[in-house]
Design a protein around this ligand. Structure first.
Ligand code: ACO
Length: 460
């Protein structure tokens, strides 16, 4: 019997996959007939990864789980909980997790808790929290938990389409980890909202109220930040300073598009401003008197506030947040993996010697809505941290090995997905030879909608 609470529960390994094909956002601007710069500067996006009909949510998750286990030499029998966060639904009642059992059954592993968790882009965080809770509970049997988040983010033609993307992340969770979840410091904000949802079950595309979704995202950020601050104060009654942007070395966000994240960092700065005593405001924020009386809830689209705080916090954004945006900029919104692609981007942004000992805040948001702000601490032991970061060295080169497709071809492949969504029987037409080594792909769907997968030989 285990008598002691496990210490330092956190991430022991992390794996990320993205599609091998992308469309260039500058070319997409021309193709869509919008003004030059709208997607690249206005939204802050460079490239968007996408999948042909050869990949679906099951194949993405099969790929990411297999790669994590292979790259880190983890035996299937070492996993005691496997949970998937996704909003890409194909079999409705049947979980993606149940499909992943195909990887474990041959190893005699069927005692594996966990199923799928869904709420827009938040499902991965819910799965992660469940995994941490399991390890910290009386149900824990000493094995690792594996958290998988994956999505194919596609929008109908129109203004939301350039904010798509696709990918998957798998995280190995256990005690004595190099990346530790701070205890007692999760702040959540949940609310009913129709900002983004998928009521048409025959379509992959969501129904989106773009403006409302941004307002919901920003208000959730405000609320989570306030609550995090309160929880921190309660846990640390004698702390010399309150929580502010200075408390973190990095601040990572769910990233629908990079510009929103730059605005969000500035938004936290505006929160700090409102928390600063009037006496100190004059010295810290000279010339900002006009914002003294403002209320957070009146300023979601206040251009003056937005601009002033984005300018004031430009340096902070460059150092504490921009390094986490590489994958979001290069692949797009991955939905559930988005904030964890931010973590991977951050972990490959510098050497382990620079990252050791850093405090990182993460904001996870899923429309509908569910959100949390929590924090992690990177080990100050450089070689321990390297056990995670060394396994991510392939990511940057792989981004460059992707194949660029013209917007016409991207649109054609989207139409094939659209036309054949839920078709059965069905044999996909997407090319297999363009997929990265080790990628699982959809071979066929039979008349009972049963899917069969195959795998490109792995290089691991
Ligand atoms: N050069 C530079 N910037 C430009 C240009 C140009 N030529 N043209 C437009 N812009 C700027 C705009 O000013 C705007 O920036 P701003 O808000 O900082 O002023 C930005 O580009 C986008 O332009 P809009 O006209 O606001 O774009 P539109 O309304 O057509 O679509 C939206 C944007 C609403 C985000 C849409 O892509 C969408 O609905 N996406 C999906 C929803 C989403 O991602 N929501 C976020 C949270 S929920 C989630 O994660 C799914």
């Amino acid at each position: 019997m285990m008598s002691k609470w496990p210490e330092k529960v956190g991430i022991l390994a992390i794996e990320l996959i993205f599609p091998s094909q992308f469309v260039d956002q500058t070319e997409l601007e021309v193709f869509d007939g919008v003004s030059a710069g709208k997607y690249t500067i206005g939204l802050g996006q460079s490239r968007m990864g996408f999948c042909s009909d050869r990949e679906d949510i099951n194949s993405l998750c099969l790929t990411v789980v297999s790669k994590l286990l292979e790259r880190n030499n983890i035996a299937h029998a070492q996993i005691g909980r496997l949970e998937v966060g996704t909003e890409t639904i194909i079999d409705k009642s049947k979980s993606v997790k149940s499909v992943l059992m195909e990887l474990f059954e041959p190893h005699g592993v069927t005692d594996l808790e966990g199923i799928d968790t869904t709420n827009a882009c938040y499902g991965g965080t819910a799965a992660l929290f469940n995994a941490i809770n399991w390890i910290e509970s009386s149900s824990w049997d000493g094995r690792f938990a594996l958290v998988v988040c994956g999505d194919i983010a596609v929008y109908a033609k129109g203004s939301a389409r350039p904010t798509g993307g696709a990918g998957a992340v798998a995280m190995l969770i256990g005690p004595n980890a190099p990346i530790v979840f701070d205890r007692g410091l999760r702040a959540s904000y949940m609310k009913h909202a129709y900002d983004f949802y998928k009521p048409d079950l025959s379509s992959e595309y969501p129904t989106v109220d773009g403006t409302l979704s941004i307002k919901c995202y920003l208000s959730a950020l405000d609320k989570c930040y306030q609550l995090y601050r309160e929880k921190y104060d309660k846990l640390n009654p004698n702390a010399p300073t309150a929580i502010s942007l200075n408390s973190f070395d990095a601040i990572l966000f769910h990233t629908p598009f990079c510009k929103l994240v730059q605005k969000s960092l500035a938004r936290l700065g505006f929160n700090d401003f409102l928390q600063t005593s009037p006496a100190k405001r004059d010295t810290l924020y000279p010339g900002f008197e006009r914002f003294d009386e403002l209320k957070l809830e009146d300023t979601y689209f206040d251009r003056d506030v937005e601009k002033a705080f984005m300018t004031y916090y430009k340096e902070v954004f460059e150092t504490k947040t921009k390094p986490s945006l590489l994958l979001a900029n290069q692949v797009g919104n991955m939905y559930t993996p988005s904030v964890y692609s931010g973590l991977v981007s951050y972990l490959i942004s510098g050497d382990a010697s620079e990252l050791a000992g850093k405090n990182v805040a993460l904001f996870s948001y899923g429309s509908g809505l569910a959100s949390s702000l929590y924090s992690i601490s990177l080990s100050d032991n450089e070689s321990q941290l390297r056990t995670v970061t060394d396994k991510l060295a392939h990511i940057k080169p792989l981004l460059e090995q992707r194949q660029k497709l013209a917007p016409e071809e991207f649109t054609r492949l989207m139409e094939i997905r659209e036309k054949n969504n839920h078709a059965a029987p069905y044999v996909p037409s997407g090319r297999v030879d363009v997929l990265f080594p080790g990628t699982f792909y959809l071979k066929s769907i039979d008349e009972m909608h049963r899917r069969v997968y195959d795998r490109v030989p792995t290089d691991l």
